[in-house]
Design a protein around this ligand. Structure first.
Ligand code: HEC
Length: 197
């Protein structure tokens, strides 16, 4: 019985809400329509259409937010090492190509760096390290600059951007990287920096 009663209440509330809205629209229409019945129906259609599009766009925004949160899996320290290995081999190769004037190859590599630093940025966002996020964003910005200059055949300008990018490697490594005692030739994220390490 209780359930039936509360459903009844909800339905009554809904109906009174709809009535209020209808009354609101009607009074707006009364204000707007000196022109007569034709204009009245035009306004009514416009108002109903606006209300509908606002409702549906809100819904899809919510759905999108939920979808993004679910489709972004948490990156691990192993994923991160993979990104750094990519960066660690791509960066010197790009430098070599720039020195040799092979800008088309360098442009591709700079693009790979930009994409990889996007992942690096995501990792640090997930671990709430704002300064590391900023280093990664700047590195990505310089990589994108290098890609643009190399695409245009400007090796000197691309090399300048590459030099700025290297400044970001150094700053971030100084704060967040150390030698890995378990692997004398390798590195790791400093202990305690990310949860569970
Ligand atoms: C936002 C921070 C950050 C930036 C920017 C960054 N690194 Fe790293 N890098 C790290 C951290 C932290 C590690 C340690 C993680 C590991 O090795 O597992 C690392 C590890 C490395 C490694 C060792 C990977 C291995 O085998 O363990 C190399 C090589 C490397 N980085 C190269 C670079 C180069 C080159 C750049 C710039 C073009 C760069 N990194 C930019 C944070 C950064």
């Amino acid at each position: 019985m209780d359930e039936v009663n509360s459903i009844g209440l909800i339905i009554r509330l809904r109906i009174s809400l709809v009535r209020e809205r209808t009354a609101g629209v009607a009074s707006v229409l009364r204000l707007l329509t000196h022109e007569g019945d034709d204009m009245r129906s035009v306004y009514a259609i416009v108002i109903v259409a606006l209300g509908f599009s606002v409702t549906t766009s809100n819904r899809s925004a919510v759905a999108q937010t939920a979808g993004t949160a679910q489709s972004a899996p948490r990156l691990t320290a192993d994923d991160y090492r993979g990104f750094m290995k990519t960066v660690g081999s791509t960066y010197p190769s790009m430098q070599k190509h720039l020195m040799g004037g092979m800008t088309a190859e360098a442009a591709k590599e700079a693009q790979t760096l930009a994409t990889t630093f996007g992942n690096v940025e995501r990792f640090w966002m997930q671990n709430n390290k704002a300064d590391a996020v900023k280093f990664a964003q700047d590195a990505r910005k310089y990589a994108t600059e290098a890609a643009g200059a190399a695409t245009a055949g400007d090796a000197a300008k691309a090399s300048m951007a590459a030099g700025n990018m290297q400044g970001m490697c150094k700053q971030c490594h100084g704060m967040y990287r150390e030698m890995d005692p378990a692997n004398p030739n390798g590195f790791r994220i400093k202990p305690g920096v990310i949860a569970g390490s």
